[in-house]
Design a protein. Structure first.
Length: 224
């Protein structure tokens, strides 16, 4: 799942971006990475080697994510694409977006199925409105597992591309909670930010972000 992810919260609100910059899906080839080893390396760059080195790694194929490396620590690393963003995000179909992320075991079990579903629908040629409708129907039928306590992921890659304004932004951790959880996000002085990725539209999940001061390779990160 993509998240995956931080795409719109990275630099201001979607209203600051050109409206409808990517109104429709680009050709499939633009979302795929021809170099499988490069995609594996990019996925692993989401977290420190002590975590990603023993993680399962997924790569995107023409019909969805497939396992490229079988891990042993329960973490799952992948490169998220833009269609896991919130549905009003102007870059929902941006083919340049690459969001490396490593999900811990609870997130791999309860967040990743939503990433798989959105990806399956996008690659099947469904429109943004159709994807939203299908996700709402899946939620109504309880097709997804319930959110597990402690679900989180690492997004600490300096090679990612999270949107056209932010580039790779800053390294950060993301935590998934039930909708309406109060972490004091976005208050003056708080290091916690609320990502609009899910936020009940339609997934009933809040996603909090906490920046870190180092990239996954241990080098210092820029201050916000």
């Amino acid at each position: 799942m993509f998240l995956a992810m931080v795409v719109a919260a990275a630099q201001g609100s979607p209203a600051q971006n050109p409206p409808h910059a990517y109104p429709v899906m680009a050709p499939l080839s633009q979302y795929l990475m021809a170099d499988r080893d490069a995609e594996i390396a990019l996925a692993r760059s989401a977290a420190p080697k002590s975590i990603s080195g023993d993680a399962t790694v997924l790569v995107l194929g023409p019909h969805g994510y497939v396992t490229a490396v079988k891990g042993k620590n329960g973490f799952v690393c992948l490169v998220d694409r833009a269609w896991t963003a919130q549905f009003d995000f102007p870059e929902f179909w941006n083919p340049r977006l690459r969001g490396p992320m490593c999900l811990n075991p609870p997130a791999a079990r309860s967040i990743l199925p939503m990433t798989f579903k959105r990806t399956e629908l996008a690659l099947a040629g469904r429109s943004k409105d159709q994807i939203m409708g299908d996700i709402k129907a899946a939620l109504a039928s309880k097709a997804f597992p319930p959110l597990e306590p402690g679900a989180m992921c690492y997004m600490m890659s300096k090679q990612g591309y999270l949107n056209d304004e932010a580039g790779h932004w800053v390294p950060h951790l993301m935590f998934y909670t039930p909708l309406g959880t109060n972490w004091g996000a976005d208050l003056p002085g708080s290091p916690v930010m609320l990502n609009p990725q899910f936020h009940g539209l339609p997934e009933p999940i809040d996603e909090f972000m906490i920046p870190t001061d180092k990239w996954s390779d241990g080098t210092p990160a820029p201050s916000m």
